[in-house]
Write a protein that binds this ligand. Structure first.
Ligand SMILES: *[C@@H]1O[C@H](CO)[C@@H](O)[C@H](O)[C@H]1NC(C)=O
Length: 458
């Protein structure tokens, strides 16, 4: 009874040591061991192995290795897990010497390495950029013990990472030939490397093969292949994969996709983006309002307001509700195109529909300033209930440019008094302007007012 109790207690001790080590609480783990011994619960090899992993991970290989001496003192013989943990610790530190030392020490102690000892050794060689050596060890495994799935994945991944993608593929084929069924992870490793090396056709071939193999591609596979398609300008294929992924229920939101379109446009690949959108609309992809907004914004930026309005019609026909972004984007588009009256009309409608119009107003005011209708801009400004620092900044900036410094100074001050931040550049422009047009005393007084206002209203 007591023996069983103690065995159970050691198990509990090990569980708590493991969780303390994972939480980086090595001192507490040590204290728990001391407490255990005091209560008659003796640590076993598992306890020490757990400690070794913790020390290797958070302090270093040497700290982990020093546990071996403590084990000997406590009369506990290290096992294969002990040495595997130490080898993993050495690998983490990129030390093939330590890793090999541990492998030898283990054998000298009469402990037989298991598949994980070999896996770790292989991984370590790959990590250090020594694929030939890794391959030799792999051969040893095949002679001595049977490898596991992880061995193959480590091999294939290591070969890929070391730029030996063709060898990785050859190994993959060889294994398949000998009755091995690759996991989805293995496919993903290869697909990812093929993408990175620009081997688009091979990527697609492997992707096809994966689908035919009865495995379902997962989100990682889809995303990798889709990105690769876009990267190598195979937009049609990229889109089809995107849609397939969507239909399988993998979340990949349209907005990210539209962001991708935005990137295409920014890099000047207008035609590519156009083809992409045309295809998207042709296959009747259900866009949401955020996606439409992105597309409408794109048309506006292109100066094709007509297209933007056509899309707006599509939105309405589909029964989707425009949101404040849709309207703001259109108003901004009209402003940028210099169609002030159109923008004004749209802004009025937007206001009547009860939308938050702040950003739209800001665009409008900025546009009015740009076309030199500063007084009208001021009039609109005064009619606004809610303003933000952009509203003020836009006017202050343009008033200074028009050398109307006194008014700019007034607005700047009231901006601060409303509790909003101002741009340092606006303040500098105002002060500089006042210095030219007003007396030194006036400038001094104004600066003092600004300081006081900041003090009181921030
Ligand atoms: C300005 O925009 C409106 C749409 O709100 C449009 O009907 C009108 O033709 C545009 N005017 C000019 C001059 O482009």
């Amino acid at each position: 009874m007591r023996r069983m109790f103690l065995r159970l207690s050691t198990k509990l001790l090990n569980i708590s040591i493991a969780s303390l080590c994972r939480a980086k609480q090595l001192e507490k783990a040590e204290a728990a061991i001391i407490d255990g011994i005091r209560l008659g619960v003796l640590p076993d090899v598992v306890t020490y192995n757990t400690l070794i992993t913790g020390y290797c991970q958070f302090i270093g290989f040497d700290a982990g290795y020093s546990i071996i001496h403590r084990m000997k003192e406590a009369g506990i013989a290290p096992d294969v897990v002990t040495y595997n943990s130490l080898m993993a610790g050495a690998t983490r530190q990129h030390s093939i010497t330590h890793c090999l030392d541990m492998f030898e020490e283990m054998r000298e102690m009469g402990i037989n390495p298991d598949v994980w000892s070999y896996n770790t050794l292989i991984h370590c060689f790959f990590k250090l950029g020594m694929p030939d050596e890794a391959y030799k060890i792999f051969h040893d495994v095949l002679l001595n013990i049977s490898p596991c799935q992880a061995t193959f994945n480590i091999m294939i991944n290591g070969l890929c990472k070391n730029g030996c993608i063709n060898n990785a593929l050859m190994l993959f084929r060889y294994l398949q030939h000998h009755g091995y069924t690759p996991e989805i992870v293995t496919y993903n490793i290869l697909i990812n490397s093929l993408c990175k090396t620009g081997m688009w056709k091979d990527t697609m071939r492997l992707f096809e093969e994966l689908r035919e193999s009865g495995h379902a591609p997962n989100a990682i596979t889809y995303t990798t292949v889709m990105k690769s398609c876009f990267r190598y300008k195979h937009f049609k294929e990229g889109l089809e994969i995107f849609l397939e992924m969507k239909s399988k229920g993998y979340a990949y939101d349209m907005f990210s996709y539209c962001t991708f379109l935005g990137a295409l446009l920014k890099s000047g690949r207008r035609q590519d983006a156009n083809n992409c959108i045309a295809h998207m609309i042709k296959i009747g992809y259900e866009l949401d309002i955020a996606s439409y907004n992105t597309l409408i914004n794109w048309h506006c930026k292109e100066g094709k307001l007509e297209n933007a309005y056509n899309l707006l019609n599509v939105v309405e026909e589909r029964g989707l509700d425009c949101d404040k972004y849709t309207h703001t984007i259109l108003i901004d588009g009209l402003c940028k195109a210099g169609n002030i009256s159109g923008a004004q009309r749209h802004l009025n409608q937007m206001q009547m529909m009860g939308f938050d119009c702040l950003v739209a107003f800001n665009c409008f005011i900025d546009a009015l300033c740009k076309v030199g209708r500063l007084d009208y801009a001021l009039q609109v400004f005064h009619s606004m209930d809610i303003k933000d620092s952009f509203t003020y900044s836009s006017l202050v900036h343009n008033l200074c440019r028009a050398r109307r410094y006194r008014l700019a100074a007034e607005l700047l001050l009231s901006c601060i008094k409303s509790g909003m931040k101002i741009l340092r550049s606006d303040q500098n422009a105002v002060v500089k302007g006042l210095s030219v047009t007003c007396s030194k005393t006036d400038v001094k007084r104004y600066k003092l007012k600004i300081r006081t206002a900041k003090l009181l209203h921030h």
